[in-house]
Design a protein around this ligand. Structure first.
Ligand code: DMJ
Length: 400
């Protein structure tokens, strides 16, 4: 709205996040001049030798993943070297932890770590980037760190095979009983287990995925008004203790379908489609029993619904996924399009919707890429073997 920018990681220090996030999107869209300009900027400017603290999870999915996908798109060796450099700077989060589950923040220059109170998504969502980096560099330390982190948490599952959501990486214990999966901040913990199997062939990830998913489907599924939702449960007893759904959980429709439970995926997608129809833009949070919004009335230009549309389209070729993705797109264009691009919504219930002044960088990695791939039929994308990270990075399936 204001035509200004701000740094996501460290105020006053740019890592060119929107550029890095956009690399593989520019490639699949055939925007080769823009890709060349972005590559030039990275080669001339990007450095991680900075005395500042970053959040390990966000840095991994956005910068490590972005540079790996950029390397796939351009073959530019410097991008792989930069991905390795930033991953090396994140590793102290894992290696300094007594349990192997990572600390939340690290200083990029000193390696000082901070904040042992973690959540599942931030502990588990690194095996795709770190595993790919191990494959490309021949150094197993990245993959090993990811797997140790997963093992530390999964060892603490309850007798029902449910997990808590918040975990202290120093004591190695869950700090509260609620299991909010597949809502955030547990979401991509599950996504990367399936990815570890699909992209890297790790049978251990497949077995963990199956075991934990069976428990979720057994205890958390809640069928209300003909719709399928996921309740928050007590991980020790399986008792349903909450009925809030987050927009971020919408991706799970594609994950659970890819994992073999297609009926659940289809039904969960349909439930979110009902919310899309009610509000046009899905609110960040709502009570699934009534579809009323919670206090989280906005939408941060979120990609999760159309992430599900995209993967379900390529999995099933069912036209409903294209039709609903089109509906998502037209609503985004009608409500979020402004003079400079697209912006977030502060309140989806007002008419007109109340807008904020921000374009999250993940929109360049996710929303626009998912939509484009579903409709463009580009020869630069192999729909039969692709795999994308939680940040929409095309780590496999790019055709050069
Ligand atoms: C993205 O950074 C990723 O999709 C992540 O897994 C969840 N949050 C945002 C988008 O909403």
């Amino acid at each position: 709205m204001s035509g200004t920018s701000r740094d996501f990681f460290i105020p006053g220090q740019t890592f060119g996040l929107s550029i890095v996030e956009a690399l593989d999107t520019l490639y699949v869209m055939g925007l080769d001049d823009d890709l060349a300009r972005c590559t030039r900027w990275i080669l001339d400017n990007l450095t991680f030798d900075v005395d500042g603290e970053v959040q390990m999870f966000e840095t991994n999915i956005r910068l490590v993943g972005g540079l790996l996908a950029g390397y796939c798109a351009t073959g530019e060796r410097r991008m792989l070297d930069l991905a390795r450099d930033i991953a090396d700077r994140l590793l102290p989060c894992f290696t300094k932890s007594p349990t192997g589950a990572p600390y939340r923040f690290v200083n990029l220059r000193t390696g000082a770590v901070r904040e042992p109170k973690m959540n599942l998504a931030e502990i588990g969502s690194n095996v795709l980037e770190f595993g790919d980096l191990s494959r490309l560099t021949g150094d197993p330390k990245y993959l090993d760190a990811s797997m140790r982190a997963y093992a530390a948490v999964i060892a603490k599952r309850s007798s029902l095979n449910l997990l808590g959501t918040y975990f202290d990486v120093e004591t190695g214990e869950f700090t509260s009983p609620e299991d909010v999966a597949p809502n955030d901040p547990a979401d991509s913990f599950y996504e990367y287990l399936w990815g570890g199997w699909q992209m890297l062939g790790l049978a251990q990830c497949r077995d963990w995925y199956r075991m934990l998913t069976d428990a979720l489907l057994r205890y958390a599924v809640d069928r209300v008004n003909g719709q399928l939702w996921f309740a928050t449960v007590d991980y020790r007893t399986g008792e349903k203790i909450g009925h809030t759904q987050s927009e971020l959980a919408a991706f799970y429709a594609e994950l659970v379908a890819k994992g073999g439970d297609r009926d659940v995926g289809s039904a969960y997608y349909d439930a979110f489609t009902a919310v899309l129809r009610k509000y046009a833009i899905i609110p960040e949070g709502f009570d699934y029993r009534t579809l009323d919004v919670t206090d989280d009335r906005g939408n941060s230009l979120r990609p999760e619904y159309v992430n599900a549309s995209c993967d379900l389209w390529f999995l099933t070729r069912d036209q409903k996924y294209r039709d609903t993705a089109w509906q998502y797109f037209t609503a985004m264009r009608d409500h979020c399009r402004v003079a400079n691009g697209y912006t977030v919504v502060k309140d989806v219930t007002t008419q007109p919707m109340t807008l904020g002044d921000y374009t999250p960088a993940y929109a360049f990695a996710e929303n626009f890429k998912y939509l484009y791939l579903m409709f463009a039929d580009t020869p630069r994308f192999d729909a039969t073997r692709y795999y994308m990270s939680t940040e929409g990075k095309l780590l496999r399936g790019m055709v050069r």
